[in-house]
Write a new protein. Structure first.
Length: 274
């Protein structure tokens, strides 16, 4: 009930008025039956705007952090996600991944719509990254179609880290359903899972117009974090006492000039290059 109240009475009308979301390909939304909506992931608000434009109820697998916050803000966030029917998942891998898979399959077997982000996390730079094979495994085990979805301009409306969104018009492109029934019973074959996932990512690339990067978004985020840490370390070292003197001595040495005194404390001899 809370889901429909938010969508049709409280939050939905305000979002439609402020952001005027446009939709392309709404004819591809199935009227009945289970299906996976596989979307690119540019912003936190993707999980708000996509269900807003889909007439049927949609459930997302949300990271567990949204349900475990402390304080008033944490409790309100958890209440909101539970109220709109989102399911917490642990993205640590192993048994956690199996639990997430089971949660998604329960939704699909109830003939409902499940929203997934094959990249596993938000894009760090607006490009499209390699997909995780969980989406393929769910599609094959549940025997449901995968509908590619491209979110447009949600990263401009609410970039990562920005709490208050900008009033930018956002769009949703919904592609033709992808049928993988030809792989029925092959959900245990990792080569099949990779092939299905790559086909989904190709459809997302075509739909969104994003540049594709053949690496996981989490790996790129780790690389960016390391580079940022290294730059901060270099900046701190450059600002540390004695750094300028050390660099000056190296510069003098490179030009064949000695310092004012040698190690024994005697006046140094200046050498001039001829």
């Amino acid at each position: 009930m809370f889901y429909w109240v938010l969508k049709t009475v409280v939050l939905g009308p305000i979002l439609r008025l402020l952001f005027r979301p446009w939709v392309e390909g709404s004819e591809h939304i199935p009227e009945t039956g289970g299906a996976i909506f596989a979307s690119n992931h540019l912003s936190f608000s993707d999980s708000i705007f996509l269900p807003l434009v889909v007439p049927r109820r949609m459930t997302f697998l949300a990271k567990a952090d949204y349900f475990t916050g402390v304080g008033l803000k944490g409790r309100l966030t958890a209440a909101f996600f539970r109220g709109v029917g989102q399911l917490p998942i642990d993205r640590a891998g192993g048994r956690a991944s199996e639990a997430a898979l089971a949660s998604g399959l329960r939704v699909l077997r109830r003939q409902e719509l499940l929203g997934l982000y094959p990249e596993g996390t938000r894009s760090p730079d607006g490009r499209l990254y390699k997909g995780r094979t969980g989406v393929a495994r769910m599609a094959l085990e549940a025997g449901v179609p995968v509908i590619p979805v491209a979110m447009i301009n949600t990263d401009k409306a609410q970039p990562t880290g920005k709490k208050i969104p900008s009033l930018v018009r956002v769009g949703v492109k919904i592609g033709e359903p992808l049928d993988f029934s030809r792989y029925e019973g092959m959900e245990g074959d990792r080569f099949v899972l990779r092939s299905v996932t790559d086909e989904i990512m190709y459809a997302l690339m075509e739909l969104s117009g994003q540049e594709y990067v053949d690496m996981y978004a989490t790996a790129m985020k780790d690389r960016i974090a390391r580079e940022k840490k290294n730059r901060a370390k270099e900046a701190a070292e450059a600002a540390s006492p004695g750094r300028a003197v050390s660099e000056l001595e190296k510069e003098l040495d490179s030009h064949g000039l000695e310092g004012d005194a040698d190690e024994a404390g005697h006046p140094g001899r200046q050498r001039r290059a001829s």
